[in-house]
Design a protein around this ligand. Structure first.
Ligand code: ADE
Ligand code: ZN
Length: 326
């Protein structure tokens, strides 16, 4: 997809992007060579050609396998820097970046290296890239809550520079209610709270994320359109939804962009922003997503401006910093 100059688009925030999901095939091969890791593809083009997914599960399999190349703090720093360089070109002025601590601990990579590598780049992101940043630790909903609690305690004990927590990975079979203790502890610690919900699971997961986890923001949440009462409620409460339309199509949660529930969410008055999720895996950074959605759904200039404004309004930035962006 093509990329236009940032000046041709409104400044925006990106609130839903997994740093591990920003791994470009070229960088994957570079890191594999640096770390002596063998990738089961002959070259970056072959790896990219494998980015054709039947569902969330098949994506998560490849996404997780590719993490094998991320071994050191320098690897995580390079990954983060590459994303910020590209995001700045997309017109992103503020990014809230998730990472998956459990995925790396399971591979024997120390938490300090993961957090230290990412944070070393985020610390100077405004000066280096013109992008302010916040970091979110995302927990795997298909792992036991005790595991997540242990990792959260370690993040808190080491004063990891995280603004909040999230919940990701497989949704079906792992309802939000499993993580009430995790979210309660995060809330007590003063952390902000988002959660993937209603991506391939039902609208009830969105409601439970709000009511049981006290999530302040919902990642994806597209199933909300299936529950008119909930739709009315989240519009009234102006709950931010970080929607990723290209991801939803590529993971076949939605058959096509023209059938995406984004217009229904906008129509219902929700606070919706557009995001990339895992850009190289889905062939679209956030500017590409913006272009694709605009073309498929015929969004007006005003609607695109409202989506860009919502990306700041739904952020975890302090109110005065949000206002400064609007
Ligand atoms: N991890 C990375 N991308 C994800 C997605 N779209 N849903 C759940 N977990 C994820
Ligand atoms: Zn996601």
């Amino acid at each position: 997809m093509t990329t236009s100059a940032p000046s041709s688009r409104p400044p925006r925030a990106e609130l839903h992007v997994h740093v591990e999901g920003t791994l470009e095939p070229g960088l994957a091969f570079e890191l594999a060579a640096r770390n002596g890791v063998a990738l089961p593809y002959p070259d970056p083009a072959s790896l990219r050609a494998a980015y054709d997914f039947a569902d969330l599960g098949s994506f998560l399999e490849l996404y997780t396998a590719n993490m094998a190349v991320l071994r050191t703090a320098a690897d995580f720093a390079d990954l983060t820097r590459a994303y910020l360089t590209r995001a700045a070109r997309a017109g992103v002025r503020h990014a809230e970046i998730s990472f998956d601590p459990q995925a790396h601990l399971a591979r024997g990579v120390p938490l300090e290296d993961v957090v230290g590598g990412i944070a070393s780049v985020l610390a100077t992101s405004a000066a280096d890239h013109g992008v302010s940043t916040l970091l979110i630790a995302s927990f795997h909903r298909d792992k036991p809550v005790v595991d997540a609690l242990d990792v959260l305690d370690r993040l808190l004990a080491t004063r990891a520079p995280i603004v909040g927590i999230g919940l990701d990975n497989a949704e079906i079979g792992y309802p939000p209610g499993l993580f009430t203790d995790l979210y309660a502890r995060a809330r007590e610690a003063g952390l902000r709270r988002t959660a993937h919900a209603g991506e391939e699971g039902p609208a009830a997961n969105v409601r439970d994320a709000l009511d049981l986890l006290h999530a302040e923001r919902i990642d994806h949440g597209i199933a909300v359109v299936q529950d008119p009462d909930l739709l009315t409620r989240v519009a009234a409460e102006q709950v931010p939804f970080t929607v990723c339309p290209v991801s939803n199509v590529r993971l076949r949660a939605v058959p096509s962009l023209t059938e995406h529930p984004l217009p229904a969410m906008i129509e219902a008055g929700l606070l919706v922003s557009i995001n990339s999720d895992d850009p190289p895996y889905f062939g679209a950074y956030v500017d590409d997503v913006d272009d694709a959605v605009t073309a498929a759904l015929g969004l007006t200039r005003d609607q695109r401006a409202a989506l860009a404004a919502a990306s700041f309004q739904g952020s975890f930035l302090p109110r005065d910093r949000v206002v400064a962006h609007l």
